[in-house]
Write a protein that binds this ligand. Sequence first.
Ligand code: MF3
Ligand code: CO
Ligand code: CO
Length: 263
Amino acid sequence: MAKIKPKNNVELNKMRAAGNLAARVLDFITPYVKEGVTTNYLNDMCHKFTLENGAISAPLNYRGFPKSICTSINEVICHGIPDDKKLKNGDIINLDITVILDGFHGDTSRMFYVGEVSAEAKKLVETTYKAMMAGIETIKSGSQLTSIGWAVEKIAKPAGYSIVRDYCGHGIGREFHTDPMVIHYGVNDKNYDMKLKKGMTFTVEPMLNVGTFETELMTDDNWTVKTADRKLSAQFEHTLAVTEDGVEILTLSPAGYTYPPYV
Ligand code: MF3
Ligand code: CO
Ligand code: CO
């Protein structure tokens, strides 16, 4: 994999501020995620909050993406586009927020429950959160990038879930998506591996599916990605910085939110 330049302390402080704001957008929107609201409404609220805090929404016009956040409901794996459809009781939804603050990106997503959701959905969502955290916990200066995917797999597989292979985590900084490519399943391939160094920043954002890992890109909008079998999918995402003896999660929730229900 390409050489990755670690960030200096000035850059890291800007990454901290961007990550913190992205997490605060999710904290802010949490009480609004309920039955009857449209994903356009959530989009507009997040967009406004982001601007009020001196940042911009990275997705808007990114490679032609038409909205400010991604809203991915039920069988949508990622990159769902906000629209005027209302959330309904039993839906699970991922809100993925990326802000640009002072030139640096912060990228984070969480799942939300709409009303009362099925036991199957809750187990998927909780397992996905645990899988993300297990991946993150492998990170420190000198650890291998591919340890992340093995740790995710160790949680996902025994629970019976598949891991999406077509979409990955990514390096992040002044640019939205850079090297390294962060694979969320177990892989033995030097091309996808590297030794992590203090100051590297990237995301961990596993997507777990109830059924097949296979994805299908919707051709009507060329963004929305669904599970090929239309079974449920869940995702969480944090932006991280590698430290000497571990990892700093740059997108921790100031409200203390982890996985739903958020009370
Ligand atoms: N936030 C997504 C990620 O985690 C990327 C969304 S790209 C967009 O990498 F254009 F759909 F917004
Ligand atoms: Co990301
Ligand atoms: Co994201």
